[in-house]
Design a binder for this molecule. Structure first.
Ligand code: ADP
Ligand code: MG
Length: 264
């Protein structure tokens, strides 16, 4: 399989800053004041038990969910708000959508458009949201398909592909708008075990290319290899934040130890 090797210079693009983020669903508080900084080009892996708020945190970073309190900024640009005269003003829908295109997201269940071909899936946002000329979007999509090892599948429909292939298309699609940050929410959890490696290999080479990545996963071996930093989240709080060595080999908290003893 051809791997993603992108020789983009590692620039200051893609810094994520999360400050005091709180989120409730009804009366239930899901995020209890999350603080988090991700440096440009950094690969952050988030671990944590089911229901601890990992997906919610990713969804707030992509503004698929509004926060109740706190702020999120990407390269110093507030997500969803504009600061003026010391106050935050909500952005309009169109402005939010434009901001959202700066963050790529890859979901557990791929979320491809079933009625569109692979190529159409990838050019959809560039052509319709970003108004990139169709021919240019197609050329870029073909490059991306090459990089995820699926150059021969551009005319296929999602249902004709394996889960691993669908997820690689989803990754190509997430990259089509040249996002500053790519978020992965358990990208291999829905895959048969023998298809996990092909997807992790694509993410690994993306990590090496200098793109800022935030990856929620239960693949501890992968996290150890690829992460610059690991966060352990439990019950909506960051419990542990350190290098893979620190968090995996010598976790400081009992809850981290208990979790790791189950998944390793
Ligand atoms: P994780 O991804 O770590 O498994 P989630 O962020 O999906 O956790 O969920 C955190 C908590 O928020 C869970 O208790 C979940 O049931 C609840 N939750 C998530 N999404 C919603 C929603 N749209 N409405 C109500 N509760 C939700
Ligand atoms: Mg989740």
């Amino acid at each position: 399989m051809s791997l993603l090797v992108e020789n983009q210079p590692t620039t200051s693009r893609g810094a994520v800053s999360v400050r005091g983020v709180e989120k409730h669903y009804g009366n239930v508080q899901v995020l209890h004041g999350i603080d988090l900084d991700v440096a440009p080009g950094e690969v952050l892996v988030i671990l944590g038990p089911s229901g601890s708020g990992k997906s919610t945190l990713l969804r707030t970073i992509n503004h698929l969910e509004k926060v109740d309190k706190g702020t999120i900024a990407i390269d110093d640009e507030l997500i969803g708000y504009r600061a003026r005269h010391g106050k935050l003003h909500e952005l309009r829908q169109a402005e939010v959508l434009a901001q959202r295109t700066e963050v790529g997201m890859v979901f557990q269940n791929f979320n491809l458009f079933g009625h569109l071909t692979v190529l159409q899936n990838i050019i959809e946002a560039p052509v319709h949201a970003r108004k990139i000329p169709r021919a240019q979007a197609m050329a870029r999509a073909r490059e991306l398909l090459e990089r995820v090892g699926l150059a021969d599948k551009e005319a296929a429909y999602p249902r004709q592909l394996s889960g691993g292939q669908q997820q690689r298309v989803a990754i190509a699609r997430a990259l089509a708008l040249e996002p500053k940050v790519v978020l992965f929410d358990e990208p291999t959890s829905a895959l048969d075990p023998e298809l996990v490696t092909e997807v992790l290999d694509v993410i690994r080479s993306l990590a090496e290319s200098g793109t800022t990545l935030i990856i929620v996963t239960h693949e501890i071996g992968f996290a150890r290899d690829v992460a610059d930093r690991i966060l352990f989240v439990d019950a909506g709080r960051v419990i542990e934040d350190g290098t893979p060595e620190q968090v995996l080999a010598s976790p400081r908290h009992e809850r981290t130890k208990a979790f790791l003893s189950k998944v390793i």
